[in-house]
Write a protein that binds this ligand. Structure first.
Ligand SMILES: C[C@](O)(CO)[C@H](O)COP(=O)(O)OP(=O)(O)OC[C@H]1O[C@@H](n2ccc(N)nc2=O)[C@H](O)[C@@H]1O
Ligand SMILES: Nc1ncnc2c1ncn2[C@@H]1O[C@H](COP(=O)(O)OP(=O)(O)OP(=O)(O)O)[C@@H](O)[C@H]1O
Length: 274
Protein backbone atom coordinates (compact mmCIF):
# COMPACT_ATOMS: atom_id res chain seq x y z
CA UNK A 1 0.00 0.00 0.00
CA UNK A 2 1.37 3.38 -1.08
CA UNK A 3 0.47 6.55 0.86
CA UNK A 4 1.63 10.17 0.74
CA UNK A 5 2.08 11.65 4.25
CA UNK A 6 1.63 15.42 3.98
CA UNK A 7 3.08 18.22 6.09
CA UNK A 8 1.11 20.71 8.23
CA UNK A 9 1.21 24.43 8.89
CA UNK A 10 0.41 26.16 12.17
CA UNK A 11 -1.80 29.25 11.84
CA UNK A 12 -1.00 31.02 15.11
CA UNK A 13 0.68 29.19 17.98
CA UNK A 14 0.33 30.22 21.60
CA UNK A 15 2.18 28.40 24.37
CA UNK A 16 -0.13 29.07 27.28
CA UNK A 17 1.11 26.97 30.24
CA UNK A 18 3.76 24.54 31.36
CA UNK A 19 2.17 21.22 32.33
CA UNK A 20 3.11 18.94 35.23
CA UNK A 21 4.07 16.23 32.66
CA UNK A 22 6.83 18.47 31.23
CA UNK A 23 4.85 19.32 28.08
CA UNK A 24 3.12 22.64 27.41
CA UNK A 25 -0.50 23.51 26.75
CA UNK A 26 -0.91 25.08 23.32
CA UNK A 27 -3.48 26.85 21.26
CA UNK A 28 -2.89 26.53 17.52
CA UNK A 29 -4.71 25.94 14.25
CA UNK A 30 -3.38 23.05 12.17
CA UNK A 31 -3.96 22.92 8.43
CA UNK A 32 -2.76 20.20 6.04
CA UNK A 33 -0.07 21.32 3.59
CA UNK A 34 0.02 19.32 0.33
CA UNK A 35 3.84 18.81 0.45
CA UNK A 36 4.34 15.08 0.89
CA UNK A 37 6.71 12.19 1.53
CA UNK A 38 5.94 8.79 -0.04
CA UNK A 39 5.54 5.70 2.17
CA UNK A 40 4.96 2.14 1.01
CA UNK A 41 4.01 -0.67 3.37
CA UNK A 42 4.04 -4.32 2.24
CA UNK A 43 3.99 -7.65 4.06
CA UNK A 44 7.65 -8.75 4.45
CA UNK A 45 8.93 -11.87 2.69
CA UNK A 46 8.54 -14.99 4.81
CA UNK A 47 11.13 -15.16 7.59
CA UNK A 48 12.13 -11.47 7.31
CA UNK A 49 11.90 -9.04 10.26
CA UNK A 50 10.13 -5.67 9.94
CA UNK A 51 12.45 -3.18 8.22
CA UNK A 52 12.46 0.17 6.49
CA UNK A 53 14.37 1.34 3.42
CA UNK A 54 15.03 5.08 3.42
CA UNK A 55 15.67 7.30 0.40
CA UNK A 56 15.59 11.04 -0.18
CA UNK A 57 16.42 13.52 2.59
CA UNK A 58 18.63 11.88 5.27
CA UNK A 59 16.85 11.23 8.58
CA UNK A 60 18.97 11.46 11.76
CA UNK A 61 18.96 8.34 13.94
CA UNK A 62 18.90 4.66 13.09
CA UNK A 63 16.19 3.21 10.80
CA UNK A 64 15.03 0.96 13.68
CA UNK A 65 13.89 4.09 15.56
CA UNK A 66 12.15 5.63 12.56
CA UNK A 67 8.69 6.79 13.56
CA UNK A 68 7.10 4.56 10.88
CA UNK A 69 8.68 1.47 12.45
CA UNK A 70 7.70 2.62 15.95
CA UNK A 71 4.12 3.18 14.76
CA UNK A 72 3.90 -0.34 13.32
CA UNK A 73 5.42 -1.89 16.45
CA UNK A 74 2.80 -0.14 18.60
CA UNK A 75 0.06 -1.88 16.61
CA UNK A 76 1.89 -5.23 16.68
CA UNK A 77 2.00 -5.09 20.49
CA UNK A 78 -1.83 -5.09 20.51
CA UNK A 79 -2.38 -7.24 17.38
CA UNK A 80 0.14 -10.10 17.56
CA UNK A 81 -1.38 -11.65 14.40
CA UNK A 82 0.08 -8.77 12.32
CA UNK A 83 2.83 -9.98 9.97
CA UNK A 84 6.26 -8.37 9.71
CA UNK A 85 6.38 -5.65 7.04
CA UNK A 86 8.80 -4.03 4.62
CA UNK A 87 8.46 -0.24 4.47
CA UNK A 88 9.93 2.17 1.94
CA UNK A 89 10.02 5.85 2.92
CA UNK A 90 11.05 8.49 0.42
CA UNK A 91 11.66 11.58 2.56
CA UNK A 92 10.97 14.94 0.95
CA UNK A 93 9.56 17.21 3.69
CA UNK A 94 12.36 18.96 5.66
CA UNK A 95 13.03 17.65 9.18
CA UNK A 96 13.13 19.88 12.27
CA UNK A 97 11.19 22.43 10.28
CA UNK A 98 7.93 22.76 12.23
CA UNK A 99 6.14 21.02 9.36
CA UNK A 100 5.34 17.84 11.30
CA UNK A 101 6.86 15.55 8.69
CA UNK A 102 7.96 12.79 11.07
CA UNK A 103 4.58 12.82 12.82
CA UNK A 104 2.79 12.59 9.46
CA UNK A 105 4.86 9.56 8.46
CA UNK A 106 3.93 7.85 11.74
CA UNK A 107 0.21 8.66 11.44
CA UNK A 108 0.09 7.47 7.82
CA UNK A 109 1.90 4.25 8.78
CA UNK A 110 -0.87 3.59 11.35
CA UNK A 111 -3.61 4.33 8.81
CA UNK A 112 -1.95 2.22 6.09
CA UNK A 113 -1.52 -0.78 8.41
CA UNK A 114 -5.14 -0.44 9.54
CA UNK A 115 -6.36 -0.48 5.91
CA UNK A 116 -3.94 -3.10 4.57
CA UNK A 117 -4.59 -5.63 7.32
CA UNK A 118 -8.27 -4.84 7.94
CA UNK A 119 -7.83 -4.00 11.64
CA UNK A 120 -11.02 -1.90 11.58
CA UNK A 121 -9.64 0.61 14.09
CA UNK A 122 -11.84 3.69 14.44
CA UNK A 123 -10.53 7.22 13.91
CA UNK A 124 -10.57 7.70 17.70
CA UNK A 125 -8.50 4.54 18.24
CA UNK A 126 -6.00 5.58 15.57
CA UNK A 127 -5.71 9.01 17.23
CA UNK A 128 -5.03 7.38 20.54
CA UNK A 129 -2.14 5.33 19.06
CA UNK A 130 -0.86 8.48 17.31
CA UNK A 131 -0.81 10.48 20.58
CA UNK A 132 1.65 7.96 21.99
CA UNK A 133 4.09 8.70 19.14
CA UNK A 134 4.20 12.52 19.25
CA UNK A 135 2.10 15.52 20.21
CA UNK A 136 1.21 16.61 16.68
CA UNK A 137 0.88 13.08 15.29
CA UNK A 138 -2.86 12.74 16.10
CA UNK A 139 -3.74 15.69 13.83
CA UNK A 140 -2.67 13.68 10.76
CA UNK A 141 -5.25 10.93 11.38
CA UNK A 142 -8.21 13.14 10.34
CA UNK A 143 -5.91 15.56 8.50
CA UNK A 144 -8.51 18.38 8.43
CA UNK A 145 -8.11 22.00 9.66
CA UNK A 146 -8.71 22.14 13.43
CA UNK A 147 -8.10 24.23 16.50
CA UNK A 148 -5.71 22.17 18.66
CA UNK A 149 -5.42 22.64 22.42
CA UNK A 150 -3.73 20.99 25.42
CA UNK A 151 -0.55 19.24 24.13
CA UNK A 152 -1.71 20.00 20.58
CA UNK A 153 -3.51 16.66 20.46
CA UNK A 154 -7.06 17.62 21.49
CA UNK A 155 -9.11 19.07 18.66
CA UNK A 156 -12.04 21.44 18.20
CA UNK A 157 -13.78 22.23 14.92
CA UNK A 158 -13.22 25.68 13.42
CA UNK A 159 -14.58 27.94 10.76
CA UNK A 160 -11.83 28.42 8.17
CA UNK A 161 -11.86 28.80 4.42
CA UNK A 162 -8.46 28.80 2.78
CA UNK A 163 -9.50 27.14 -0.47
CA UNK A 164 -7.44 28.55 -3.33
CA UNK A 165 -4.99 30.39 -1.03
CA UNK A 166 -1.53 30.71 -2.57
CA UNK A 167 1.28 29.52 -0.31
CA UNK A 168 5.07 29.64 -0.24
CA UNK A 169 7.00 27.66 2.42
CA UNK A 170 10.68 28.49 2.94
CA UNK A 171 13.03 26.18 4.86
CA UNK A 172 16.37 27.95 5.44
CA UNK A 173 18.31 24.70 5.91
CA UNK A 174 18.36 25.18 9.67
CA UNK A 175 17.35 22.29 11.95
CA UNK A 176 15.57 23.50 15.08
CA UNK A 177 14.80 20.69 17.54
CA UNK A 178 11.36 20.92 19.13
CA UNK A 179 12.63 20.48 22.75
CA UNK A 180 15.25 23.24 22.18
CA UNK A 181 12.54 25.60 20.91
CA UNK A 182 10.22 24.95 23.88
CA UNK A 183 13.10 25.54 26.31
CA UNK A 184 13.23 29.24 25.28
CA UNK A 185 9.52 29.92 25.83
CA UNK A 186 7.84 31.79 28.70
CA UNK A 187 4.19 30.63 28.60
CA UNK A 188 1.53 33.36 28.58
CA UNK A 189 -2.16 33.89 27.79
CA UNK A 190 -2.76 34.85 24.13
CA UNK A 191 -3.64 38.45 23.32
CA UNK A 192 -6.29 37.37 20.77
CA UNK A 193 -8.77 34.50 20.49
CA UNK A 194 -7.38 32.34 17.70
CA UNK A 195 -10.75 30.82 16.79
CA UNK A 196 -12.24 34.29 16.13
CA UNK A 197 -9.08 35.69 14.54
CA UNK A 198 -8.77 33.02 11.82
CA UNK A 199 -12.47 33.38 10.94
CA UNK A 200 -11.69 36.96 9.78
CA UNK A 201 -10.27 37.80 6.32
CA UNK A 202 -6.63 36.76 5.72
CA UNK A 203 -5.52 40.42 5.48
CA UNK A 204 -6.45 40.99 9.15
CA UNK A 205 -4.32 38.15 10.52
CA UNK A 206 -1.05 40.12 10.51
CA UNK A 207 -2.36 42.14 13.48
CA UNK A 208 -4.11 39.29 15.33
CA UNK A 209 -2.49 35.89 14.66
CA UNK A 210 1.04 35.16 15.90
CA UNK A 211 3.43 32.37 16.81
CA UNK A 212 5.12 32.57 20.24
CA UNK A 213 8.23 30.79 18.94
CA UNK A 214 9.12 33.71 16.64
CA UNK A 215 10.12 36.00 19.54
CA UNK A 216 11.92 33.29 21.52
CA UNK A 217 13.97 32.06 18.52
CA UNK A 218 14.72 35.55 17.13
CA UNK A 219 17.96 36.29 19.06
CA UNK A 220 19.68 33.03 18.05
CA UNK A 221 18.28 32.87 14.51
CA UNK A 222 17.92 36.35 12.92
CA UNK A 223 17.42 34.68 9.51
CA UNK A 224 13.84 33.82 10.51
CA UNK A 225 12.77 37.49 10.78
CA UNK A 226 14.61 38.26 7.51
CA UNK A 227 12.63 35.62 5.62
CA UNK A 228 9.34 36.79 7.12
CA UNK A 229 10.20 40.34 6.05
CA UNK A 230 10.92 39.13 2.51
CA UNK A 231 7.57 37.33 2.33
CA UNK A 232 5.73 40.49 3.38
CA UNK A 233 7.94 42.50 1.00
CA UNK A 234 6.73 40.19 -1.81
CA UNK A 235 3.12 41.05 -0.99
CA UNK A 236 2.08 38.16 1.28
CA UNK A 237 -1.20 38.90 3.06
CA UNK A 238 0.09 36.91 6.02
CA UNK A 239 3.48 35.39 6.90
CA UNK A 240 4.61 33.35 9.90
CA UNK A 241 6.90 30.72 11.33
CA UNK A 242 5.31 27.24 11.32
CA UNK A 243 5.35 25.30 14.59
CA UNK A 244 8.70 25.57 16.36
CA UNK A 245 10.49 26.41 13.08
CA UNK A 246 12.57 26.79 11.13
CA UNK A 247 10.20 26.87 8.13
CA UNK A 248 8.28 30.06 7.42
CA UNK A 249 5.32 30.47 5.11
CA UNK A 250 3.58 33.27 3.27
CA UNK A 251 -0.07 33.25 2.21
CA UNK A 252 -1.60 35.15 -0.74
CA UNK A 253 -5.38 35.44 -1.35
CA UNK A 254 -4.98 33.65 -4.71
CA UNK A 255 -2.27 31.46 -6.18
CA UNK A 256 -1.99 33.76 -9.21
CA UNK A 257 -0.98 36.62 -6.88
CA UNK A 258 2.24 34.89 -5.73
CA UNK A 259 5.21 36.62 -7.40
CA UNK A 260 8.39 34.84 -8.57
CA UNK A 261 10.74 34.81 -5.55
CA UNK A 262 14.50 34.20 -5.34
CA UNK A 263 16.05 32.35 -2.38
CA UNK A 264 19.60 31.17 -1.57
CA UNK A 265 20.44 27.85 -3.29
CA UNK A 266 20.71 25.88 -0.03
CA UNK A 267 17.11 26.74 0.98
CA UNK A 268 14.26 24.31 0.24
CA UNK A 269 11.12 26.03 -1.03
CA UNK A 270 7.62 24.70 -1.71
CA UNK A 271 5.04 26.70 -3.60
CA UNK A 272 1.44 25.71 -4.22
CA UNK A 273 -2.19 26.12 -3.28
CA UNK A 274 -3.78 25.17 0.07
C1 LIG B 1 5.45 22.75 18.30
C2 LIG B 1 4.61 21.91 17.37
O1 LIG B 1 5.28 21.72 16.13
C3 LIG B 1 3.32 22.65 17.10
O2 LIG B 1 2.65 22.10 16.04
C4 LIG B 1 4.26 20.55 17.96
O3 LIG B 1 3.51 20.71 19.14
C5 LIG B 1 5.44 19.67 18.24
O4 LIG B 1 4.93 18.37 18.28
P1 LIG B 1 5.89 17.09 18.16
O5 LIG B 1 7.04 17.37 17.25
O6 LIG B 1 4.99 15.93 17.84
O7 LIG B 1 6.42 17.01 19.61
P2 LIG B 1 6.84 15.72 20.47
O8 LIG B 1 7.79 14.90 19.64
O9 LIG B 1 5.63 15.08 21.05
O10 LIG B 1 7.62 16.44 21.65
C6 LIG B 1 8.96 16.88 21.55
C7 LIG B 1 9.24 17.75 22.77
O11 LIG B 1 8.62 19.03 22.60
C8 LIG B 1 8.13 19.53 23.83
N1 LIG B 1 6.69 19.73 23.74
C9 LIG B 1 5.98 19.26 22.66
C10 LIG B 1 4.62 19.49 22.56
C11 LIG B 1 3.98 20.21 23.61
N2 LIG B 1 2.67 20.47 23.57
N3 LIG B 1 4.70 20.67 24.66
C12 LIG B 1 6.04 20.46 24.74
O12 LIG B 1 6.68 20.89 25.68
C13 LIG B 1 8.53 18.51 24.88
O13 LIG B 1 9.80 18.92 25.38
C14 LIG B 1 8.69 17.23 24.07
O14 LIG B 1 9.57 16.33 24.68
N1 LIG C 1 10.06 9.44 9.47
C1 LIG C 1 10.71 10.40 10.11
N2 LIG C 1 10.80 11.63 9.57
C2 LIG C 1 11.44 12.62 10.23
N3 LIG C 1 12.06 12.48 11.40
C3 LIG C 1 12.02 11.27 11.98
C4 LIG C 1 11.35 10.19 11.36
N4 LIG C 1 11.46 9.13 12.18
C5 LIG C 1 12.17 9.52 13.24
N5 LIG C 1 12.52 10.80 13.15
C6 LIG C 1 13.28 11.53 14.17
O1 LIG C 1 12.53 12.67 14.58
C7 LIG C 1 13.34 13.86 14.54
C8 LIG C 1 12.55 14.97 13.86
O2 LIG C 1 11.63 15.45 14.73
P1 LIG C 1 11.25 16.99 14.72
O3 LIG C 1 10.10 17.07 15.65
O4 LIG C 1 12.44 17.84 14.91
O5 LIG C 1 10.84 17.21 13.17
P2 LIG C 1 9.58 16.86 12.33
O6 LIG C 1 8.84 15.69 12.88
O7 LIG C 1 10.04 16.74 10.91
O8 LIG C 1 8.67 18.13 12.39
P3 LIG C 1 8.39 19.19 13.55
O9 LIG C 1 9.59 20.06 13.60
O10 LIG C 1 7.15 19.87 13.09
O11 LIG C 1 8.12 18.43 14.82
C9 LIG C 1 14.55 13.56 13.67
O12 LIG C 1 15.69 14.14 14.27
C10 LIG C 1 14.61 12.05 13.63
O13 LIG C 1 15.61 11.57 14.51
Amino acid sequence: MLVFPNAKLNLGLYVTERRPDGFHNLETVFVPLPWTDALELLPAEAGHATSITLTGRPIPGSPATNLCVRAYELLQADFPQLPTVQMYLHKIVPIGAGLGGGSADAAFALKAANDLFGLELTVEMLESYARRLGADCAFFIRNKPVLAVERGDVFEEIELNLLGTGCVVVYPNLHIGTPEAFAGIVPQRPAHHLREAVAQPLETWRATVSNDFEASLAPAHPVLADIKQQLYGAGAAYASLSGSGSALYGLWPAAAAVPALQWPPDYTVWQGVL
